[in-house]
Every structure is written in C-alpha cells, then in structure tokens.
Design a protein around this ligand. Sequence first.
Ligand SMILES: C[S@@+](CC[C@H](N)C(=O)[O-])C[C@H]1O[C@@H](n2cnc3c(N)ncnc32)[C@H](O)[C@@H]1O
Length: 247
Amino acid sequence: MVTEAEQFWDDHYRSRRTWGGRPNPLLAEVAAPLTPGSALDLGCGPGGDTIWLAQQGWQVTAVDISRTAIEGIRSHATSLGLGGRVTADPHDLGESFPAGTFDLISAQYLHTPIDLDRGRLLRQAARSLRPGGLLLIVDHGSIAPWSWNQDPDTHFPTPTEVAAEIALDPTEWPALRADMPRRQATGPGGQSALVTDNVLLIQRAGAQPSARRVAETQLPGRLHGEAQSSGRLNEETQPSARHRGIV
Ligand SMILES: C[S@@+](CC[C@H](N)C(=O)[O-])C[C@H]1O[C@@H](n2cnc3c(N)ncnc32)[C@H](O)[C@@H]1O
C-alpha cells in the first residue's frame, strides 16, 4: 500500500525531467576538505549532493521515500559513469534505515509536511556513524520569497532545539558546529534573497584522519556561534521544504 508520504513525494518528483544539479552549499563546504569514504544522503531528493559526493570519490548510499527520485538518481548516476559509486534505495526513514556504517551522513532540508519522527531517525543516523564520522544536518532557518509558506509566524527549530530533539550523549557525539549562517540564494526565477540555514554538525567520538582534518582546519571559531556563509541555493528544493509547519 502506498502511504500518504510516498504519494506526496512521488507526485512531487514525477514531473521532474532532470536529476543531479548543484550540491547544497553547506554540504559542499563541510565535505570538500574530507578524505572521501562512505557517505549516506538522507532524503536525497533530486540527487545533487549524491552525484557531487560520488564525483569527489565518495561511495554514496542515497535514500529517499520517493521511488521516482531513486530511479531518477540511479539512471543519472549510471549515465555519468558513477553507477559503481552510487547505491540508491527507497526508504521511508520513519519506518526503515539503511544498513551499514558511514564516514559522513548528510540530512539536507529533510523537511516534510507528513508526520516524521526526525529525532528518532537522526539518532539512528548518529549511531550509524563510524568512529570519527560526521553527521551534517542542514535545515531551513528562514522563508525565502519563493517558498510555498509565507507565514511570518513559522518557527524554525534552532540547531540547539534540533540537538535536543536528537538527544545524543555529547561525550560520544559532540557537536562541532551549531550555527545559523546566512547566504545569498537564487530562486527558481533567478531572483536573489538572503536566506538562513540552521546547521548542526555532530561527530562520533574516535576521530579518523579525515574527520580530524575538518575539525582542526575548518571549524575552529565556529562552534556554537553565528557565521556567515556564501553559496548558491539548490533552489529547487526550497519550495517543497516542510517540516512541522516549515515550508
Ligand atoms: C525538501 S526535500 C530535500 C531534498 C534534498 N535533500 C535536497 O536538498 O535537494 C525533502 C526530501 O525528503 C524526502 N523525504 C520526506 N519524507 C521522507 C521519509 N519519510 N523518508 C525518506 N525520505 C523522505 C523527500 O522525498 C524529499 O526528497
């Protein structure tokens, strides 16, 4: 039986003709200095991050509730000669989680209008990290002019609130970064606006060389503070991004 969530996201992607596209800027910023290993892209959607990671040499598992998105990414990866680097599987992350352990797990704008226990699934993600591995969670922190939702009362959970929802032991999973950088984003019509991202970067204790490198070279001075970041929005994700009232 097709669930409401599967139906919603499959309808969303069914009319899509192009897959891949630009990676999300925060993912690129965090992953670029890392030594490629195994990555998991949670709610991969059109697959811009998956394809970019595979091009950087990562072995990527991409999961999404939409079978249409999964099939689109699979055939796009194959057409780029990246079929050996990308495993794309359908998962309702409220019901099942991919097997294995990972050096990098990314949840970019994993928002949905359908009920989803994000705390539980992100806690599972943290447990699926290898020692020294990184969990990067990037959520919307503001409403772009081209978003579906223009409700000024929308509450965007802060990184601290997201961390509280995941409820991890900070000695085993310390937060390397919890901030709300702003950046100039480009909308579907080419319009430009300043948007905020809510960023939480968690590391599993027991650093490996690649994770130590990011902790030492990229992040000092950015722990639990506000930082400016620049980059382009993967704007096609923005209009559909919802999570408990966030659109
Ligand atoms: C706002 S989109 C973000 C897509 C992609 N990460 C990006 O940044 O372009 C949210 C994604 O989460 C997926 N999603 C929503 N609910 C899900 C669930 N229960 N299990 C797995 N994926 C889900 C949707 O299909 C959609 O691709």
